[in-house]
Ligand binder design. Sequence first.
Ligand SMILES: Cc1cc2nc3c(=O)[nH]c(=O)nc-3n(C[C@H](O)[C@H](O)[C@H](O)COP(=O)(O)OP(=O)(O)OC[C@H]3O[C@@H](n4cnc5c(N)ncnc54)[C@H](O)[C@@H]3O)c2cc1C
Length: 471
Amino acid sequence: MGRAFVYVIVGGGVAAGYAALEFARRGVAHGELCIISEESVAPYERPALSKGYLLPEAPARLPAFHTCVGANDERLTQKWYKENGIELVLGTRVKSADVRRKTLITATGETISYKILIIATGARALKLEEFGVRGSDAENVCYLRNLADANRLVGVMQNCSGGNAVVIGGGYVGMECAAALATNRIKVTMVFPEAHCMARLFTPKIAEFYENYYNSKGVEFIKGNVLTSFENDSDGKVKAVILKDGTRLPADMVVVGIGIRPNTGLFEGQLHLEKGGIKVNGRMQTSNASVYAVGDVAAFPVKLFGNEIRRLEHVDSARRTARHAVAVIMAPTTGDLDYLPFFYSRVFTLSWQFYGDNIGEAIHYGDFSSGRFGAYWIYKGVIVGAFLEGGSRDDYEAIANAVRLKATVKDIPELKRAGIEFAFRVSEQAAPENGLLVEKPIYTKYAAAGVVLALSIASVAYWYGRRRRVW
Ligand SMILES: Cc1cc2nc3c(=O)[nH]c(=O)nc-3n(C[C@H](O)[C@H](O)[C@H](O)COP(=O)(O)OP(=O)(O)OC[C@H]3O[C@@H](n4cnc5c(N)ncnc54)[C@H](O)[C@@H]3O)c2cc1C
């Protein structure tokens, strides 16, 4: 049994949703495009799972956050796919792929063939077992990568009110889950091996601000330590977490956020891999000309970093790379992607954005006590990265410009003093009337991560009884 399509997307997450919209806008004919997804729902904005989805009041639920609301664009429900003649094969895992024969075989035994394939298989959460710790299958141990995980987490959380949670991992999933748990009146202890939270991005000074803020919400941190085992009750539920130094933490629930691994398995030995992902060129094309890769699974050249190959695990990158691949497929004269890496997070009533790369020297500015601060990263005399907490839309546009334009820094004390004003000056000097063309930063087009998330943040703000600027 088999079916044939001109275009097939394997994976039905963020990138698939944005690719579908781009295909529709570029006039894909009915019956030409098929999306195969292991998940049982149409593509949705995954970041909502650790934000609006976990709110104690008026939580976000599907269909509200199907893609592409995160880019303030159309919301693609299952009906939309039907109306646009796009075959959505849900709840179906692709179990093997043959890029030479251009075929995929699903877990149900169906063979689906394609002329052009887009790999959008994303990544999966790393399991404790991969680090030699057993017990992930206990009913009160949660991960968070997909909707099924989120539903499970909500269920466990609801039975844990007033109890203790241990969050393993200090990255963005751990940080966002810890904030959500605390908001749900659960006492949280975070455990991670690094010296401070968000170690891959934050400087110690930035991390200190967030850790103090979390402390003020009752969240405690145990740093430089790791989980070694669980203590279970007679029903098999975890009742305590044991750390490497012997510390025993009583736990009514555990959330594990220790990183992800790209889903490359179907294509290993068939396509070139790099940085743990599928290597593509600036047109998102893999080592096989009929196969493209986008989103978390793709390792692509970042022009801004001298075409260094990077694999980004950020929603904006998934959206952009997906749209670019479809543009290339439908309009073959399309050039290489020119992407400014961008990442954001929102916890409690805080909100930050980061653009570029965090290499070189970090220069902090602003007022850390009032929560209005930022940092620039300077490498070889130019700004290569910028972080800002609590900025306005204009502020974020300005720092994005400073990074994109690789603004030269001659006087570091002056940069520190000027802070965000430095970025505004750079934008002003580069304005078209001053002779230089500034490409509109991503923020204005995509970073306003959508209606649902806006509503979620608004709800958090409401829950805290405060008014705050959301975007
Ligand atoms: C809880 C959470 C919060 C996040 N918050 C932020 C944030 O605040 N900011 C930010 O920038 N980024 C955030 N991210 C990251 C962002 O969501 C990802 O970068 C983005 O989802 C990547 O999109 P993707 O389409 O590549 O992969 P995914 O969205 O993961 O989609 C991959 C899809 O492929 C399917 N699939 C995999 N293998 C197969 C197979 N063999 N057969 C069929 N289907 C398959 C999966 O089931 C899934 O549906 C967050 C991620 C999570 C999990």
